[in-house]
Structures are given as C-alpha cells and as structure tokens.
Design a protein around this ligand. Structure first.
Ligand code: BES
Ligand code: ZN
Ligand code: ZN
Length: 504
C-alpha cells in the first residue's frame, strides 16, 4: 500500500527566464501575451507565439500546450495553461488550471514544478489567487491507490513533487506565504477526505470511521467523543439505531469539538452535521445491483465534516465548532428495520418508515436534534441524501435548503470562494405537509415529486430554534469529478464548510 503522492508548495521570488525546474507552468489568457510570457517567448525563440499561431494552443480554459526548451534554459519544459478570457479568470479558473499542472507533473514524472504567477488572473486578488493555486496543486496531484500493488502508474509517477509558486515581485513572497499556508490546510484536508471516502465498505465501517476520527483529532488537537451502540441506546437515538440495526457493524455517533483559545463563555456555537452511511444497500427496500458499489460513497457528507474539522483545527477560527457524524451501515438482514416500522427518534418525534432506503434523514434527524441540544445556534448539515437532487441539479451543483435566508447567503458566499457550487431549493411548510403520516408524526418518504425538497423539509422538523441549512451533495461528491482527474471522491464540502466557518 503506497501513500498518495506527497506534494509540498512554497512561494518563491524568481525571474521567469532564470527558473531551474522540471516543469515551468505559465497561465495564459486568450488574446495578447502578458509581459513575462512575452519575455519567456523571446528566450524560447518565439516558440510560444508559434504554438499560438499554429492554433495548437489558444489560451482556452482547460487546454494546455507543452514546449521542450533548448538546453541553455533552466526549465526543462514549459507548460502553457489556458485561463480563458481574462475578465473571467477568477480563483476557480486558477484552481482548476493548477490542478491540471500538478496532474501533468505526475504524468511527466516531474519532481519540481514552478507555477509562474505574473498576476495571471486579473479577476482574483493576489492572496485568493495564491491560495486557489495551492489548493489546485494539491487536488491535481492526488491519486487513490492504497490498494494498488503493482500498477504501471505507481512505477511511473514521482515519489514526491516540490511545487513553487513564483513571481518576480519582492513584496509577493511575504503576502503569498500566508496564502500558501492556508491553501495547504484546505488542500490537504480535502485530499484527506478523498482518501477516507474512497476507502470501501469493508475497510470503513462506523467503528473504523470513529477510530479514524479519533486519530485525526489527536493529530490536530480536537476533542473527539464517540457514542457506541450502548450509548446511543441510553440516549434514545432511535433513528441512528434503526438504520444501523440490520448490520453486524454497529452504528456510532462521532462528536468532534473545536474550541478557540480564549473563547467567551457564551460564544456562538456552530454545528456541522454529516451523513456517514458507510455502505447504503438500501436495506430491506434494497437497491438494484447496478451501481450499488458506488454507495460506499454514501459516507461523503460525514467525511466532509471530518475534513472540515481538520482544516478548522488548523485555521483556528474564533467560533466554537461542533462536528457531528452519525455513522451507520444500511443492510438487509433478520435484524434490519422494515418498511412499516414506527421509529421514535431522539427528539421524541415518531417516524413511519415507508422505505428503508430513505435512511440518511433517519440518522441526520437524531444528530441535528442532538446538535440543538448541545447548544448549536447555527447548524449546517451535509449529505448524499437524495437521487432526486441529482435529477434536479445534475453533477455540477449541490442543493442547499434552509430555514434562514441570511444563512443561504452565507453558504453562497463560501461557495463563491471555494468554487464548490450550490443552488438554492425550497423546503418550506408545503413540503413538510407531504411528510406527515396518519399513524406517526412524520413518514420518511414524501410522494413522487420534489424528493430533495421533501427530504430537507423532513430534516427541518428536527431543528428547534437554530438557524439551519442543509446541503444535498448526492450528485457532486464523486460523479461531479472532472474526467481528466483521479477517479473517486473529490472531497466536496470540506472547503465549503471550513470557509463558511472562517467567514463567521
Ligand atoms: N444515498 C441515497 C441517495 C443517493 C442516490 C446518493 C444517488 C447518491 C447517488 C439515499 O439514501 C437514498 O437512497 N435515497 C432515496 C430516497 C427515497 C427512497 C425516498 C432516493 O433518493 O431514491
Ligand atoms: Zn438510501
Ligand atoms: Zn443513503
């Protein structure tokens, strides 16, 4: 089992023509060459201009052009990375371009990579640009291959990459160093989450996920408590227990706590709640076999919270933050919960089970109610909750629902910063009506329509007086991955949640 390629990013002062490196990457917008690009072009005897003139590279976003340099140059190769139209070249464009660069570095076995900045993105400020590039370098260099013993890729890729973000301005390095540090925290937390999400159900169970959370908490200085099945029973967490009872792998509720140094006694507490179904077979309402293996990713919301808590521990925001991760395996068996069961949840509210595959809301409702009990005034949950959300929004945007307009705006702000896109959907009383049962307080499925909205409306009933938002990431965690990038989890939500907390 080999670890993923480690990457290290640094900001350095350098003149573009003097850089010694395996791969020199330069962002190029459509249209006229920037001054450093023109300078480099001259040194390359017009090779960049020739590439553009031939039409082989036009600066379009997502495209690249590779130039092998004459031996007198310090850079072995020059990689032109398209940034598209200059007025649209924002932080997300840079993040994606940087990911392309590090993916290319892997492919070329480059051990050193220099990304030349030269204010390449007019539409992003310097710190945001450098942070985004750092995050992108992390993202693009990630491969999940813990269980690959002898693949070709393993033998071909470098054992590590040293990446530099370079610029020829003296003031640059001091500003950039901080942004690189932040980008490193976000980027590595995201890759950490990707590895956990990519691990299969026979490796990550509720118990092993809890152990992993404890290990991470020790490393970064968070408090971690785990409620096992006995503690869950003592607390009457009927929702989590019902979903977990069909599996030999018993459920857990993982609690992570970040406390700022010098927190005022009545400091605002933010609760981050993430669905961690370590495998969702559907239970007695079993899913079709095709694609069922992808339900190992049904823990991605919980893992987004885990990754965010790691980033938060290192970024040290002013707010107190609780992470709550209800973890269960949804399996059919003689012990499994059934359609028709009436479950008494932690809140005291009863739920008629009409479909055991609508299990996410059953674990979340207990964790959300518990977050309120623990004093969270703001609660954000994230989950691979409904196929309906994928039908509604596809693989490029997550759904976001809330009981507070202001909170929606704050999630959208974080989303604009991180490039993890969301779209606001409704979940008001009209949808709650569809979740009422005639024999219990609620039922766990609505009708045929608006499945993402009715699921959120169900969750809203377990929030007492907190501000609450729900992110349905069913479509974006894995399947939204860029085709050129590593298959598997993209670690969606880690940066979104941590940026949201940092903005508070
Ligand atoms: N984990 C699934 C949702 C899901 C579907 C995630 C596709 C990612 C991709 C969830 O537990 C589920 O099965 N939901 C049901 C709810 C229905 C029974 C009301 C669904 O969406 O079909
Ligand atoms: Zn399900
Ligand atoms: Zn599920």
């Amino acid at each position: 089992m080999k670890p993923k390629v480690p990457i290290e990013v640094k900001a350095v002062y350098a003149e573009i023509t003097a850089i010694k490196t395996d791969l020199l990457a330069l962002g190029v917008c459509e249209g006229k060459l920037s001054a450093p690009a023109a300078q480099l072009d001259k040194k390359l005897n017009g090779a960049i201009a020739a590439l553009i003139k031939l039409g082989d590279f036009k600066g379009k976003s997502g495209t690249t052009g590779l130039i092998y340099t004459p031996s007198k140059m310090g850079a072995v190769r020059v990689l032109l990375v398209g940034l598209g139209k200059s007025d649209k070249a924002d932080a997300e464009v840079l993040r994606k371009a940087a990911a392309t660069v590090s993916a290319k570095a892997l492919e070329l076995k480059a051990q050193t990579v220099d990304v030349y900045l030269h204010q390449a993105a007019p539409a992003a400020d310097l710190a945001a640009a450098v942070q985004a590039i750092t995050e992108g370098l992390y993202f693009g260099s990630y491969r999940y291959r813990e269980y690959l013993n002898s693949d070709q890729e393993n033998n071909q890729t470098p054992s590590s990459i040293k990446a530099f973000i370079a610029d020829a301005s003296r003031t640059f390095v001091s500003t950039a160093a901080q942004a690189v540090a932040a980008g490193t925290i976000y980027g590595s937390a995201q890759n950490y989450a990707r590895t956990l999400a990519n691990r299969p159900g026979n490796v990550i169970s509720p118990q092993t996920l809890a152990e992993e959370a404890k290990k991470m908490a020790r490393q970064v200085g968070l408090r971690c408590t785990v409620l096992d099945e006995k503690a869950l029973a003592a607390k009457k967490m009927g929702g989590i227990l019902a979903v977990g009872q069909g599996s030999a792998n018993k459920p857990r509720l993982i609690l992570l706590e970040y406390k700022p140094a010098r927190a005022p006694k009545n400091a605002h507490v933010i609760g981050l709640v993430g669905k961690a179904i370590t495998f969702d077979s559907g239970g007695i309402s079993i899913k079709p076999g095709e694609g069922m293996h992808d339900m190992k990713y049904d823990k991605s919301g919980g893992i987004a919270v885990l990754g965010a808590m790691q980033a938060i521990a290192r970024l040290k925001p002013k707010a107190r933050v609780l992470g709550l991760i209800p973890a269960a395996e949804n399996m059919p068996s003689g012990f499994a919960y059934r359609p028709g069961d009436i479950v008494t949840t932690y809140s005291g509210k009863t739920v008629e089970i009409q479909n055991t595959d609508a299990e996410g809301r059953m674990v979340l409702c207990d964790a959300i109610a518990y977050a309120g009990q623990l004093g969270c005034r703001t609660i954000v949950d994230i989950a691979t909750l409904t196929g309906a959300c994928v039908v509604a929004l596809g693989q490029k945007r997550a759904g976001v629902m809330a009981n507070d307009e202001n909170l929606i705006e704050q999630i959208k702000t974080a989303s604009r910063q991180t490039g993890e896109r969301v779209w606001h959907l409704p979940c008001d009383d009209e949808y709650v009506e569809l979740m009422k049962s005639r024999i219990a307080d609620l039922k766990n499925v609505g009708g045929r329509w608006a499945g993402a909205c009715t699921a959120a409306a169900f969750l809203s009933q377990f929030v007492k007086d907190a501000r609450w938002a729900h992110v349905d990431m069913a479509g974006v965690g894995v399947w939204g991955a860029d085709e050129t990038m590593a298959p598997g989890s993209i670690g969606f939500g880690v940066r979104l949640l941590s940026s949201f907390v940092m903005n508070q």
